[in-house]
Design a protein around this ligand. Structure first.
Ligand code: HEM
Length: 399
C-alpha cells in the first residue's frame, strides 16, 4: 500500500473499462485520507470514500476557485487567464448562488422534459444517417460526439448555419493534445461566443443565452463577458461528458446482450440503467476538486487552509460501505444514488437533461438498429486515459 510519504500518481489509468483502478481502491482502504501526486508535481489530498467525498463537496469551506494557488489543477496551464471569466464552475457562494439561481430556471426537470422531443429529433437524424451509410462505422464519430453537441447548440442557441463550424472547433478543443492547440481552439471559440452574445443582445432569442441577455441587470444575470463565458462553459460541461457516456453506455450494451434483452423486455427499466451507467463509469473523474479555505477535518485528517483536495467520485461510487456489490452493473440498484453528478453547491446543472439525453440516445439506437454489434472486442478498444474525462476514442461497430 502506498505510504503518505510516497504519494501515488494521479490520475491513475483504468486498466479495464469496467473496473476501478487498484490504486484508487488502495487509497480508499487506507484508514485515513491519503495524498496523491498531480501531473504538475504538486500534492493534493484524495477523498475516495463515499462519505468523505460527500462531506467535502457539501462543505462550503472548500472553494472551487481555480485561480487559488492551492487549487489542485492537473496542469498549470489549466489555470484560466485573468481576463477569462470562470462562470459557475469556478465561483464560490455568495456570487455562485446568485449566478446559479439566474440560470437554474432553464435546467429544471420540467425544462429537460420539454427538450425531450427535440433531443429525439436530433437522435433520429443521426440514426437516419447511420442507416443510410456504410454498415461498419465508428459510433463515437457518427453518433456519440455530434448528438450532445447539437443538444448544446439548441440550448445556447447556435444558429443552424454555424453548426458545422461549431462542431469542428469544439472537437478541436476537446481533442487537443498540446496546450498550444487547446489555447488556439479556446480563443477561436471564445471569439465566436462573443459574437453570438452580441447578436442575442441586439435581438433576444428563445434559448438559455438569449433569455439571460434579455434579463440583463437582474441580480446574478451575467454581463456581456460573463455570458460569453457561460456559453463556453455550457459547451465544455455539456458536450464531452455526454459524448463519453453515450459511447461507454453503447459499448456496455453491445458487450452485454443480457442487459440489452432486459431493457427491450421492459423499457421502464431505462432510467435505472442510465443512473447505473452514470455510477458504474463515473466519467467526470477530476470534476470535483477543491481548495480548503480553512482548516477542516475530513476522513480522519486535518486538511490545512490552502491545501487542495480531489473528491474522487470514481472511488466513492464503488464504495462497498455505500453500494451493495459495487463492481456489479445492477439494474435493480434502486435508490442507491451515486455522486456521478457531484454533490452540494456545484451539483451538475445539466443532470435532468442528461438523464433524458442518455436514455433517448441509447434506447433509440438499439430500438432502431437491433442488429448493432461491436466490430472489435472491448479489449482492443482505445480509451481516453490521458483526458480529464474518461471515454472512448472510437467505437467500431457493424450492423
Ligand atoms: C454524463 C454527463 C455529465 C456528467 C457526468 C456531469 C458531471 C458533473 C459534475 C460531477 C459536476 C460538478 C462539478 C463540481 O462539483 O465541481 C458538474 C457540474 C456542472 N455540469 Fe455537468 N455533467 C454532465 C452533463 C452536463 C450537461 C449535459 C450539462 C449542460 C447542459 C452540464 C452542465 C453542468 C454545469 C453548468 C455545471 C456547473 C454547476 C455549478 O458550478 O453550479 N453537465 N457536472
Amino acid at each position: 500500500m502506498a505510504d503518505i510519504t510516497d504519494p501515488p500518481s494521479y490520475p491513475m489509468p483504468r486498466t479495464c473499462p469496467y473496473a476501478l483502478p487498484d490504486g484508487y481502491r488502495q487509497l480508499r482502504e487506507r484508514p485515513t485520507l491519503g495524498k496523491v501526486k498531480l501531473p504538475n508535481g504538486k500534492l493534493a489530498w484524495a477523498a475516495t470514500r463515499y462519505e468523505d467525498v460527500r462531506a467535502m463537496l457539501g462543505d462550503n469551506r472548500f472553494s472551487s476557485d481555480l485561480r487559488h494557488p492551492g487549487f489542485p489543477v492537473m496542469m498549470d496551464h489549466q489555470v484560466p487567464a485573468p481576463e477569462f471569466s470562470t462562470s459557475l464552475v469556478g465561483m464560490d457562494p455568495p456570487e455562485h448562488t446568485l449566478a446559479r439561481r439566474a440560470v437554474a430556471t432553464d435546467f429544471t426537470p420540467r425544462s429537460a422534459r420539454l427538450m425531450r422531443p427535440r433531443v429525439q429529433e436530433i437522435v433520429d437524424e443521426y440514426i437516419d444517417r447511420i442507416l443510410d451509410g456504410p454498415r461498419t462505422l465508428d459510433l463515437v464519430d457518427a453518433f456519440a460526439n455530434p448528438v450532445p453537441l447539437l443538444v448544446i447548440c439548441e440550448l445556447i442557441g447556435v444558429p443552424f448555419a454555424d453548426r458545422d463550424f461549431f462542431l469542428r472547433i469544439s472537437l478541436t478543443v476537446m481533442n487537443a493534445t498540446t496546450p498550444e492547440a487547446g489555447a488556439q481552439g479556446v480563443a477561436e471559440l471564445m471569439g465566436y461566443m462573443d459574437k453570438l452574445v452580441t447578436g442575442k443582445e441586439k435581438e433576444p432569442t428563445d434559448d438559455v443565452i438569449g433569455r439571460l441577455a434579455a434579463r440583463r441587470g437582474e441580480a446574478g444575470v451575467p454581463d456581456h463577458r460573463d455570458l460569453a463565458a457561460m456559453a463556453f462553459m455550457l459547451l465544455m460541461a455539456g458536450h464531452e461528458t455526454p459524448a463519453n457516456l453515450i459511447g461507454l453506455g453503447a459499448m456496455l450494451l453491445l458487450d452485454r446482450p443480457d442487459l440489452r434483452r432486459a431493457l427491450s423486455d421492459d423499457p421502464s427499466r431505462w432510467p435505472a440503467a442510465v443512473d447505473e451507467m452514470l455510477r458504474y463509469f463515473t466519467i467526470a473523474e477530476i470534476a470535483n476538486s477543491r481548495v480548503a479555505l480553512a482548516d477542516v477535518e475530513i476522513g480522519g485528517v486535518r486538511i490545512a487552509a490552502g491545501e487542495g483536495v480531489i473528491g474522487l467520485t470514481v472511488g466513492a461510487n464503488r464504495d462497498p460501505e455505500r453500494f451493495t456489490d459495487p463492481d456489479t452493473f445492477d439494474l435493480d440498484r434502486g435508490d442507491q444514488r451515486s455522486l456521478a453528478f457531484g454533490y452540494g453547491t456545484h451539483q451538475c446543472l445539466g443532470q435532468h437533461l442528461m438523464r433524458i439525453e442518455l436514455e433517448v440516445a441509447l434506447r433509440t439506437l438499439f430500438d432502431r438498429i437491433p442488429g448493432l454489434q461491436l466490430a472489435e472486442p472491448v479489449e482492443a478498444l482505445r480509451f481516453k486515459e490521458e483526458h480529464v474525462n474518461y471515454g472512448l476514442h472510437a467505437l467500431p461497430v457493424t450492423w
